[in-house]
Design a protein around this ligand. Structure first.
Ligand code: SF4
Length: 433
């Protein structure tokens, strides 16, 4: 039975009844339009097309076409739109969506305590250890902020919470805060969507008589999507920052890239995922492939390796991200949401005392008030806002706080302000001379 509180915008539900491919084609195109503009939508439940049919049509397109680029675009963009709309939805609708994604869910400390038969005090004690805050504060946080409502989900759906170290397991249940479940919801949604595409693929392969019709359908959607993409996506040249060698100015880097960069220079080592994150970021700043090859050649695992040998190993991967090897795809730097869930964002990954130390090292002038604000935002999971406050601590309070959504946006903002200030200073110096 479908939960009546599931909002209409949620695209993974089921529809009964029949619809021809011709009709679905129109809905699919409206879905593509929507996915390119979901942040402009005023009423998510009234978007001019059926989200379930729209999503299904695009999943069929992905399954039939086998186009890897379209698959990744669909999976990433549907997940981004999902997260965006979920956060804007009322609490009851959010819970209904969570139940759809996570199955069994127990909401609220007293329910968790009575259904799993656990002492409330024990639950609070365990969660205060997880969050590294005092038990008394934990009681207050859990009863004051709805984001910190206590929630339990079955382990098979919520193991990622344990992997991230933000909950604990008892009798097959993962006990955590509502905000943590909300944070992994995008990942669960994405997995469900990808699973749906795989299932459709298997199903279509069995009905060979309809395959040709599906192929024509997918071809039409792909061509519509490509046209839209070419018209709407920003041109690559827009991220070249004033033609300067910005990649050489680590003082402009956001904390994620700055910490990885400094760690690599100091130790010659960072793990593989961090290398990919930093490599794509440096590429996005315009670092030529030759410079990047020289940069990574100094890694400790390349010690004793000749240049030729390095080019066959680490060098191959670097050329790969520039689209010069393998599938020849020109990879882009991940945005903050992706970094927060899959890579290294210090606001999401570091405990507060280590984060405080790291931020103070980058900006020794940061005030305790700003650090406190960053701490509160991190507790609420608002890492991009916390990053904006950190940027503001560097550029000064006269500017409005920015919510950071991409590491390159951070660099661009800081760079523009520095250039503006330098010009102003030079003008003033000229008028004095
Ligand atoms: Fe980097 Fe974005 Fe995290 Fe800031 S919010 S540190 S730019 S990933």
């Amino acid at each position: 039975m479908t939960d009546i509180n599931i909002p209409r915008w949620f695209p993974l539900g089921k529809r009964s009844g029949e619809m021809g491919l011709g009709e679905m084609l129109q809905v699919a195109k409206r879905r593509v339009d929507f996915l390119f503009s979901y942040t402009d939508v005023e009423d998510a439940n009234n978007i001019g097309h059926d989200p379930i049919i729209g999503n299904l049509s695009l999943c069929i397109t992905s399954a039939v076409s086998d186009d890897a680029y379209f698959f990744h675009w669909l999976s990433e963009t549907e997940a981004d739109a999902f997260e965006y709309l979920l956060k804007k939805s009322p609490y009851t609708e959010q819970i209904a969506v969570m139940r759809f994604l996570y199955g069994d869910l127990i909401v609220g400390l007293s329910n968790v305590s009575s259904i799993i038969n656990l002492d409330s005090d024990f639950i609070i004690r365990e969660l205060s250890t997880v969050k590294r805050i005092k038990k008394t504060d934990m009681y207050q946080v859990a009863s004051t902020f709805s984001e910190f409502n206590i929630i339990a989900s079955k382990f098979e759906h919520a193991y990622k919470i344990i992997k991230r170290g933000v909950g604990f397991v008892v009798r097959g249940w993962v006990i955590t805060f509502y905000v943590e479940l909300l944070r992994t919801a995008k990942w669960v949604f994405q997995k469900r969507l990808e699973e749906k595409i795989r299932k459709i693929k298997k199903k279509i392969q069995k009905s060979m008589d309809k395959l040709e019709a599906y192929r024509v359908f997918a071809k039409e959607i792909l061509s519509y999507w490509r046209g839209k993409r070419t018209a709407l996506m920003p041109q690559k040249s827009s991220i070249v920052l004033f033609g300067k060698k910005v990649w050489q100015k680590s003082e402009l880097f956001p904390p994620c890239s700055r910490l990885l960069f400094d760690q690599f220079l100091a130790t010659g080592y960072i793990p593989h995922g961090d290398r990919l994150q930093l490599g794509l970021f440096l590429k996005a700043l315009g670092m030529p492939v030759e410079e990047q090859l020289k940069f990574w050649y100094r890694a400790v695992d390349n010690v004793g390796l000749g240049w030729e040998e390095f080019m066959k190993k680490g060098g191959y991967y670097i050329r790969h991200i520039y689209g010069l090897e393998g599938s020849r795809k020109d990879y882009s730097a991940p945005k903050c949401d992706t970094i927060i869930s899959k890579y290294f964002c210090p606001f999401a990954r570091m405990d507060f005392s280590a984060l405080k130390k790291a931020l103070k090292k980058i900006n020794p002038k940061i005030t305790n008030e700003e650090l406190e604000e960053i701490h509160n935002l991190c507790l609420l999971g608002d890492y991009k806002k916390a990053c904006g406050i950190f940027l503001q601590s560097i550029i000064g309070k006269k500017t409005r706080p920015v919510v950071i959504s991409h590491p390159v946006q951070y660099v661009r903002t800081l760079w523009k302000i520095m250039v503006r200030r330098r010009r102003k200073y030079e003008k003033e110096a000229q008028s004095l001379s």
